[in-house]
Design a protein. Structure first.
Length: 306
């Protein structure tokens, strides 16, 4: 039987990714939602998650797609009500609240899944396999895009807990933490507009236990072609993941990859976790963001207007 699922937060990411994938999934039946501003094109869309849970006793799982600052209470209610929970990235506003949600999920015997969609890009797993056993020489991450294009008018993303440029940057970190050995921040800087609470750019330097230099540049001010690249130099050649991990190159030669299926991969993983009765709450990408706030120099830059 398909898992009966509802969505909380019918925004752009829900419309673009979650709903189409759920409609095509053999594992889930999307039949209800909770949202303040939009409606699902079937069933009943409720004004709150409380109303949805109370009115839909057959509901088994919930995908939370609202901003991270308001996600904890919704996730706690869902888990305590015996629902399996899918967390859109980033999984929350703080590391501590995510740990508490994991404890609640365990106590109630339900699945909690902290999703990282970029890990399911076509080139990521082949890259991880190719890097296995090789000696790393250096890593360069460049993740630059136009915030006006991707997040027009989204005030929450500039507020505390919204992450600013780390909202896309954490996608790069989710890939890096999947394909590279463990690494940590040594120094860096984050640039915060004078009229915003969250950064618009970051330059970070990491290393691993072997002393490999790893640099990351995130910027939300790039116009024209967007840049989502990770380059890894090794003793056996250079690996490049481009276009967010959807393209892979070895010494400049593009490799054949399967079609893009990031969110299909996420929901396949969620279904498997539910069936096995386990959780997946990896916070490694978010820990690096927290470290940047702890250790990187904070620089105020000119005000930014949408």
């Amino acid at each position: 039987m398909a898992i009966k699922i509802g969505i909380v937060g019918i925004g752009k990411i829900a419309r673009d990714q979650h709903i189409p994938v759920l409609d095509a999934s053999p594992d889930f039946e999307l039949f209800t939602a909770a949202s303040h501003n939009s409606k699902l094109d079937r069933g009943t869309t409720y004004g709150s998650i409380e109303e949805m849970i109370a009115a839909e006793p057959s509901l088994e799982a919930i995908a939370l797609c609202q901003p991270p600052q308001v996600r904890f209470d919704a996730a706690r209610l869902a888990l305590q009500s015996g629902k399996h929970v899918f967390l859109e990235k980033p999984p929350g506003a703080t590391l501590s609240e995510i740990r508490l949600l994991r404890d609640i999920a365990d106590a109630h015997g339900v699945t909690l899944f902290a999703s990282w969609h970029s890990r399911y890009a076509s080139g990521v797993e082949p890259a991880r396999q190719w890097l296995a056993g090789k000696t790393l020489k250096s890593v360069a991450i460049e993740w630059k895009e136009d915030v006006r294009h991707w997040h027009p008018g989204q005030a929450w993303i500039w507020q505390p807990g919204g992450m600013g440029v780390f909202d896309p940057g954490i996608n790069a970190l989710s890939i890096a933490t999947h394909i590279l050995p463990p690494f940590f921040l040594t120094e860096g800087s984050i640039e915060v507009p004078a009229n915003r609470a969250a950064p618009i750019a970051a330059d970070l330097r990491f290393t691993d236990a072997a002393g490999t230099p790893i640099v990351a540049a995130f910027d939300w001010r790039q116009t024209g072609p967007q840049t989502w690249d990770i380059r890894v130099d090794t003793d056996a050649g250079q690996l490049t993941l481009s276009k967010g991990g959807s393209e892979m190159y070895l010494d400049g030669v593009q490799q054949s990859l399967p079609p893009e299926a990031e969110y299909r991969g996420l929901y396949d993983r969620f279904a498997d976790l539910v069936k096995r009765g386990v959780s997946d709450v990896d916070v490694a990408p978010m820990r690096h963001v927290a470290d940047a706030y702890l250790r990187a120099e904070r620089l105020q830059v000119e005000a930014f207007e949408d």
